[in-house]
Design a protein around this ligand. Sequence first.
Ligand SMILES: O=C(CO)[C@@H](O)[C@H](O)CF
Length: 550
Amino acid sequence: MGYTLPEDSLFLGFDSSTQSLKATVLDAKLTIVATETVHFDSELPHYGTKDGVYRDPSGNGRIVSPTLMWVEALDLILDKLTKSKLDFGKIVAVSGSGQQHGSVYWKKGSSAILASLDSKKPLVDQLGDVFSTQDSPIWMDSSTTEQCREIEKAVGGALELSQLTGSRAYERFTGPQIKKIFQTQPEVYKDTERISLVSSFMASLFIGSYASIDETDGSGMNLMDIKQRIWANNVLEATAPGLEEKLGKLAPAHAVAGSIAPYFVHRFHFKESCLVIQWSGDNPNSLAGLTLNTPGDLAISMGTSDTVFGITNDPQPSLEGHVLPNPVDPKCYMVMLCYKNGSLTREDVRNKCAENSWDVFNEYLERTHPLNGGKLGFYYKDHEILPPLPVGTHRYVLDNFTGNSSDNMKAHEVSEFDAPSEVRAIIEGQFLSMRAHAEKFGMPTPPKRIIATGGASTNQSILRSIADVFGCAVYTVQRTDSASLGAALRAAHGWLCDKEGGFIPIAQMYGDKLEKTSLSTKLAMPAGSEDLLAKYTLLMKKRIEIENSL
Ligand SMILES: O=C(CO)[C@@H](O)[C@H](O)CF
């Protein structure tokens, strides 16, 4: 028996990601009743982004996105939902997902503008002058290595920082990004009254005041004590002066951020009582959207970034990977690995080797065989996070590789592969790396099952490769956009917790609904053979050996 949600109610979830803004609407039975998308490059071309971002042409690793583009995308998606005849008056809670680590810098005096928006005008016409810098650093940026080392040094080293905040310092994390702004644009830092994450920034728009940073997305900043769920003063001091005041207070991800602002009541006819539940990061929302609740499960999300994540009660922060509070269960944690070279890098190989066509790409994957004849490829279109390697492509062939332990496993570098082998190399190589680093990070091996999500999870050949490399069954959920689905679920969960006056395990909200709705996972690919798994284990070990030499 689970808790019931008000029969006629709707729950609205967003995902403000690198390339698009998506929305999912759930009814009280947790079935999807509406979805919408705004794709930044094609629908907001006047910002001139490529893949939703600006890459600094100097090659210094700086990657940002125009903050106002995210604002205008919200105007657009709400107009689309209006045209789809969505009854905003039935929405009882809103929540959302934002790309992790990105940061927004509100100029002094902007809270007054935020609190008095004119419902007769779109947001973009009113927020053009509220940011102390127009471009937000995002998770793809890799220009803060110097700041990372300085922060780690100040707190006693990389491992100490990881044990305190859940991660060693990473270039994309918000703390190093803030430190860089303080050091290189002091006037911007001085003129900033509030620093938001993408998640809390979007929540701020909905409540008409500065929303808290939630404890889950906050763990992606290198600034929060992961156990106490408070700002870590020693790291704040090592980052920038007066930082705590600019960050505001943290809040649990399931907490109410505030009631919806009058702007949305008057312009879109939301009910005044509609609650805004804290927004959080995209991967934590995906964890909720995949209803990941068994420690033996692993999720693989294949999007602009590729991530591997699972849940644990006993996190072991280390020099690789990340530990975050679980957004739908404050008692347990989420563990995660992140790769920057995800869908954009696969698209590059598709364009170079498979005639710009996924059909040709998939045909090549089908045509080639597991283990790829011992061909190993390393494809870094952007500076990679895991391992932290610069832009570049590397190809190796293992001499006479059969996958038997007697192989001599000598590898030699080559300048190119035939097109079908290149396709298999980028797919298989990513999963070999994921398995190796997941095992190193203490994730379940082999996992009880893998739940795959993201655009690539509709590709059966890719799911086959995951099942072969990991040696376990692969499941998928009907919706590949698990982040905005997770956000809508968290809107319902947060609403329920508020009504019940305290935290309710999200499973009690589901009751027996899960299997009857599009939230249920379904078997998409059985496990590969034991023999093949053993051969992949050998190939994986060789890959890591080569990776360490790059
Ligand atoms: O950096 C990441 C996670 O640590 C990425 O998955 C971003 O959240 C993608 F938006």
